[in-house]
Design a protein around this ligand. Sequence first.
Ligand SMILES: *Cc1c(COP(=O)(O)O)cnc(C)c1O
Length: 392
Amino acid sequence: MVSAALDLMTLEQAHTSGAYLKRDLQIVRGEGAALYDADGSRYIDCVGGQGAANLGHNHPAVVAALREQMETLISCPEMFHNPMRARYQAELCRAANMERVFLCSSGAEAIEGALKIARLVTGRTGIVAAMRGFHGRTMGALSATWEKSYRQPFEPLIAGIVHVPYNSIERLAEALDESVAAVILEPVQGEGGVHPAADGYLIAARELCQRSGSLLILDEIQTGFGRTGDLFAHQHDGVQPDLMCLAKSIAGGVPMGAVLMGERVGALPPASHGSTFGGSPLACAAGLAALDVLENGDLIERARTLGHEVMTYLRHHLPTSAVREVRGRGLMIGIELRGKAAPVLRALQARGVLALPAGPTVLRLLPPLVIEEDDLWQAVHAIEEVLRDAAG
Ligand SMILES: *Cc1c(COP(=O)(O)O)cnc(C)c1O
């Protein structure tokens, strides 16, 4: 690698928080589903910005929308009306079949908002979350997250949150009573190992919430915006949430989060919640462009068909001596290994393929939905080769 790049990696290592286990790779440029390092080496991106790059890197429609808005108005707090925000909020609510939206800047902030709104609207305090669930790193979102190593150093977390086994209708029913403000679930658990909701689980959760007077919060931060082969993953299950959290690919890679609110929630009391950057015209412009690309192109259909083909191939061609199970929906794919994911990820990187873990033993693929078929199959074949080598 060129020495200026090495110097800058050393500089970053010296001043960065230390909170991230960084890979030995400096990414300088991206286009579609390709990422480039300082030497100009090309990588096939199956990390997809950890889910923020469904539209690929630097999508031209998002870039054009940002350029135009940036020269008009970048910041504008929600104490004022703004025409870009007005259009975006209306379009997002229409697309999500929800009534209102609270805009913020990240996934965790959207979860915080949803938890607060659930307590405010119901006057109750209890929250039921799922084992293996992941909802973010701020105190409230972390309290709803399951992974002990993320939680324990920061205890005591907020009170009133219980975790039930994901996909058990019976255990969810037992946890619900008139003290529960909301149930929070991912339609496909991402970080927790790529576990899709079983058929009927979300429908049952919807009915149980209705019965106990609790709200159903769906965390679609990772599953949203075409990833699973529907605009939102819950459409596959035919359920309508009361609150839906969005972020990641909401604005073509520009930071934004959203809490969508259904009719059981209604309008919030004035001054009950807020966010300085929420509803920034710049993020709204990017969000509007991103939504238009997804709704008026073939990316969602591609995610569905390519995801199905890839998972079918992987199920038939990966060595069972190295692989326990291939799971997922659309282009959200998890390969549960018999061993650790880390060495497999390193071997893939050496072959020009970047992928993610989801826990210690699951290899996760979140390629941009714009990925060229050749690149996707090259990544699949690299995984097959690396796992055959691992199997010996
Ligand atoms: C990434 C993620 C979050 C947290 O989003 P941040 O923007 O990193 O705060 C919450 N829930 C799910 C399902 C996620 O995948």
